[in-house]
Design a protein around this ligand. Structure first.
Ligand code: CP
Length: 334
């Protein structure tokens, strides 16, 4: 087991995401988000959660606003939940079809954004395989336009980090007593980075990372976490265990990665592999899942699984964020 140390300060480039009086203007990263604002987002999201037997919560707070979804990498959950979130707040929604957009003809992402900005889009939801794209766009948009990072290379996925923290808090409000373990391809995971940032700001007791040697991260990304190369020590007495898939799309040479059956035996979440965890351990996965590799069916579908809750809470978190940045930008225009 190794304890990871920070080697670089938090990115000052994220200062643009809040106004001088602390309101959310863009969501680029969780790393420098004030604790109070983080919990404000979660509290606002709670208001958008109805009982599952009830219809989804709706409001008209974004009537007249336009949300543009720009997903330059595949997505099911994030894109669908941003679309539903915007529609449930009565916004107009544009889902740019990247495969038929003029980016294919060589148009830059900034020119794409300027084009849609001229059509009076108010919020851009952006996913891209290149690091720094959400921040670059946030610096380029005119006043009154917000950027929400929906997945940035292997760097960050802040809305996922927020929905993961909300899901844990709803199941275990005693956040400061929790031992949380993230298992899998930590090296390439933006989900792990943003979850770690959210959990650290929330003040959990312990964060453990478990990965085979070939998928272990650089130390600076996870200050204060402990790094384990065997699952049993990572999950010992853990209250929450989150599995990640292997991000093969970000790996050039997969030669050192265990093959799927070896990986499942050594790192997959199953009743046997979770035996050292707390008897009440909760299990999470951001999706998409590769069942039978990082998690088996029985565990994914068990009473201890929060995976469906994560998806449900994702819509509420994205409704909260859309409402908050819109309020901020309306305030700036006055
Ligand atoms: N968790 C997540 O980001 O899933 P999608 O890639 O389907 O959006």
């Amino acid at each position: 087991m190794t304890t990871l140390q920070a080697t670089s300060p938090a990115d000052a480039g994220d200062a643009i995401q809040c106004t001088p009086d602390g309101r959310l203007r863009h969501l680029l990263s969780l790393r420098s988000l004030p604790r109070e604002l983080l919990f404000d987002i979660l509290d606002r999201a709670e208001r958008f959660l109805a009982d599952t037997s009830e219809p989804a919560v709706r409001s008209t707070t974004l009537a007249g606003r336009t949300i543009a979804n720009l997903f330059f990498e595949p997505s099911t959950r994030t894109r669908a939940s941003f679309e539903l979130a915007a529609k449930r707040l009565s916004a107009d929604v544009l889902n740019l079809d990247v495969s038929t957009s003029s980016r294919i003809k060589g148009e830059s992402i900034l020119d794409t954004m300027y084009t849609l900005q001229a059509m009076q889009c108010d919020v851009f939801v952006v996913r891209d395989a290149a690091a720094g794209v959400p921040r670059m766009i946030a610096h380029a948009v005119r006043d009154g336009v917000a950027i929400l990072n929906a997945g940035e290379a292997s760097v960050s996925h802040p809305t996922q980090g927020l929905l993961d923290l909300l899901t844990i808090r709803r199941a275990r409000p005693d956040l400061e007593s929790l031992k949380v373990c993230i298992v899998g391809d930590i090296a390439h995971s933006r989900v792990a980075r943003s979850a770690a940032e959210a959990l650290t700001i929330a003040g959990i007791s312990e964060l453990r990372l478990v990965a085979p040697k070939a998928l272990q991260p650089e130390a600076s990304a996870f200050p204060g976490a402990t790094l384990h190369s065997d699952l049993a020590s990572g999950v010992a007495e853990a209250d929450v265990v989150m599995a990640l898939r292997i991000q093969r799309e970000r790996i050039d040479d997969a030669g050192d990665i265990p093959d799927p059956s070896d990986y499942a035996r050594r790192f997959g979440l199953s009743a046997a592999n979770l035996a050292p965890a707390s008897p009440n351990v909760l299990v999470m996965h951001p999706g998409p899942m590769n069942r039978g590799i990082e998690i088996d069916d029985a565990t994914a579908d068990s009473a201890r699984s929060l995976i469906t809750e994560q998806v449900r809470n994702g819509v509420a978190v994205r409704m909260a964020l859309l409402e908050m940045v819109t309020e901020t930008h309306l305030g700036l225009r006055r």
